[in-house]
Write a protein of this length. Structure first.
Length: 307
């Protein structure tokens, strides 16, 4: 009876409206997942997924299947972990972009998104203070570039980069920041100190290559950051989230802003923060159609577009 009325409701109003209503409603995540799953399937999901009383795991599994089956919500296509890697490789190998080029634009997009989400006029200070937390891979590299651009945009970035990968590309980005007097912290401040001293946190810890349980030293880093009330802007993937299944255990970061790069990753469908942008618009048209990406147009010369 209940399910029949839910399905009738969906057929009457359409998915787009439902998705908008779901994202703005105050219902719990699991119920939202359930409604989303039912709304996107014309055929009933099998077994227990149709029971409102089903537990979170079942709902998340239903949602995962849904996304694997259709790969899309609202007509946009999302990249899973393996696809994101292949896509990346294609940009390097087929289109001959270098990592420096892509990372420079990625970091610029992140800086622009931070300034757009947290303008100095709203923060209430001339130079908002930004804590940029960098991981050991390219997501961390995006963070180093973003810190540099934020400085030139009038913000006051500081960097915490606890595990430095000894590759030239990262060494050069660090040297540039040091030369520009961007401070590198030797320790991550406590959550109350972060909340007191910073206006925004940039989460550049893990991107689309994150896998498994979080290892040291990032387990303690994430444990501190989840306690902060300072808004978090995540680069590409919220750290601690599985690239496809999101944050089923609720231990990952809960960003206020997400900057998806090239194309949104599957988990971004579960993002519930206020600002979602797409950046890195240098995706060749042929590659986009090869991956059946239905990417939104970027306004004018902007590097980011709000999703
Ligand atoms: N084309 C693009 O879209 C571009 C995206 N960019 C950015 O690059 C990242 C992906 O970068 P990648 O270097 O492949 O990977 P990550 O930065 O996500 O992470 C790799 C490191 O993370 C460590 N890792 C992985 N899982 C764990 C874990 N469970 N616990 C602790 N550490 C983990 C991993 O460590 P290993 O010990 O396994 O080596 C790696 O060191 C993408 O998301 C974008 O942000 C490019 O900037 C531009 C092109
Ligand atoms: K991240």
């Amino acid at each position: 009876m209940f399910l029949a009325s839910v399905r009738n409701y969906f057929s009457l109003t359409g998915r787009r409206l439902i998705a908008r209503r779901l994202s703005s409603s105050r219902i719990g995540t699991s119920f939202r997942l359930f409604l989303l799953a039912v709304s996107c399937h014309s055929q009933p999901l099998s077994g227990t997924t149709l029971r409102v009383s089903a537990n979170n795991r079942t709902l998340i599994e239903a949602h995962r299947r849904l996304m694997t089956d259709s790969g899309s919500e609202r007509g946009r296509r999302y990249l899973g972990q393996e696809e994101a890697r292949e896509f990346d490789n294609s940009l390097f190998n087929d289109y001959k972009f270098s990592i420096d080029q892509l990372m420079e634009v990625a970091g610029l997009c992140v800086a622009q998104a931070v300034v757009r989400s947290y303008p100095a006029s709203e923060v209430g200070v001339a130079s908002p203070r930004v804590l940029v937390v960098c991981g050991p891979g390219n997501n961390g590299g995006d963070g180093l570039v973003a810190a540099r651009h934020l400085l030139f945009m009038g913000y006051d970035p500081e960097i915490y980069y606890p595990k430095r990968t000894p590759k030239d590309i990262y060494k050069i980005l660090v040297a540039q920041c040091e030369k520009l007097n961007v401070r590198f912290l030797t320790e991550l401040p406590s959550a109350p100190d972060i909340d007191r001293d910073y206006h925004v946190i940039v989460d550049a810890i893990f991107g689309f290559s994150f896998k498994g349980a979080v290892r040291s030293p990032f387990d303690t880093v994430l444990a501190t950051l989840v306690q902060c009330s300072t808004p978090i802007a995540s680069v590409d993937v919220p750290s601690g989230w599985d690239v496809e299944n999101g944050d089923p255990n609720g231990t990952g970061l809960k960003p206020d802003t997400l900057v998806s790069l090239t194309a949104p990753k599957t988990c971004s469908q579960l993002f519930t923060g206020r600002h979602h942008y797409l950046g890195l618009r240098m995706v060749p048209r042929e590659l986009a159609s090869q991956y059946k990406l239905d990417l939104p147009p970027y306004p004018g010369t902007d590097q980011i577009v709000r999703l």
